[in-house]
Design a protein around this ligand. Structure first.
Ligand SMILES: Nc1ncnc2c1ncn2[C@@H]1O[C@H](COP(=O)(O)OP(=O)(O)OP(=O)(O)O)[C@@H](O)[C@H]1O
Ligand SMILES: [Mg+2]
Length: 246
């Protein structure tokens, strides 16, 4: 598809959003920049945007096939995702299947504790306030969403978790936790946006428990791009692997 890309309407820490000739569509460009620790740790990793866009596209397609509404229209080329333009809801919706990361600093869970009921946590996406954890009353008082919308977001998120957990397990990956963002499309539907990549999820190799995500960067380990590439190679089918030369 040939698409005329216009000016940047938002430039974040890892992606740029461009307007297009269609007012209801944007191109999300995945950059190689990587940040952690509230933006304090920064680097640029060659081909991160390439792999994150391919992995996100694949997972959006898997979700679409199971009836979840996502921003995904087409991967124009690696790094550039044609997407439905969404009015983003400033919530970071985090789902946890296994205890890891910041949760262990805040609550007395055991490291790697498995949750029988996945935990859904919502943080306020606001750098100035360092993305604090919300409850429904605070979200409603801040006019971030209504009670009904919060319930709908939780319901969709549980479905997304079940679909992704099954799909990734079938490919040899354990979905430990992940962060997603939603927005409204032109018809007022709540739609999954942003990305689902090793930057925004914790993925462990089911057999070896090797970390295959941004935790490698947080912990100053090497082989970060090898891990991202491994995720792509595990989840793509033969045709996709050939197309993207993985
Ligand atoms: N389909 C979409 N339509 C409009 N905006 C989107 C869409 N998908 C994602 N966005 C927004 O685009 C931005 C993506 O940029 P990026 O993730 O780099 O930045 P950030 O969220 O500011 O930083 P970080 O995620 O590192 O905290 C985010 O603000 C996100 O909410
Ligand atoms: Mg982001």
């Amino acid at each position: 598809m040939s698409i005329k890309v216009g000016k940047v309407i938002y430039s974040g820490k890892a992606k740029d959003v461009y307007e297009t000739e269609h007012s209801d569509q944007v191109v999300v460009k995945f950059r190689d920049d990587i940040t952690a620790g509230d933006g304090e740790k920064k680097d640029c990793l060659h081909q991160k945007g390439y792999y994150n866009s391919i992995i996100s596209s694949k997972l959006f397609k898997v979700l679409e096939e199971k009836g979840i509404k996502t921003q995904y229209i087409e991967l124009l080329e690696p790094g550039e995702m044609l997407s439905h333009k969404l009015k983003m809801i400033p919530l970071e919706v985090i789902t946890r299947n296994i205890a890891a990361g910041s949760l262990l600093k805040k609550f007395p869970f055991k490291d790697k504790q498995v949750f029988d009921n996945p935990i859904i946590q919502m943080d306020y996406k606001n750098d100035e306030y360092h993305d604090p954890m919300l409850n429904d009353d605070i979200s409603m008082a801040l006019n971030l969403a209504t009670k009904e919308e919060l319930d709908e977001i939780r319901e969709i998120t549980h479905k997304i978790n079940a679909i992704l957990k099954d799909f990734l397990a079938s490919k040899g990956i354990k979905l430990v936790d992940f962060k997603i963002e939603f927005g409204y499309d032109n018809d007022g539907n709540i739609v999954l946006g942003d990305e689902i990549s090793p930057d925004t999820c914790r993925y462990w190799d089911i057999k070896t428990f090797d970390v295959l995500d941004k935790d490698l960067f947080r912990q100053g380990e090497c082989g970060i791009m090898d891990a991202y590439k491994k995720v792509a190679s595990m989840i793509l089918d033969e045709e996709e692997l050939q197309k993207f030369e993985i």
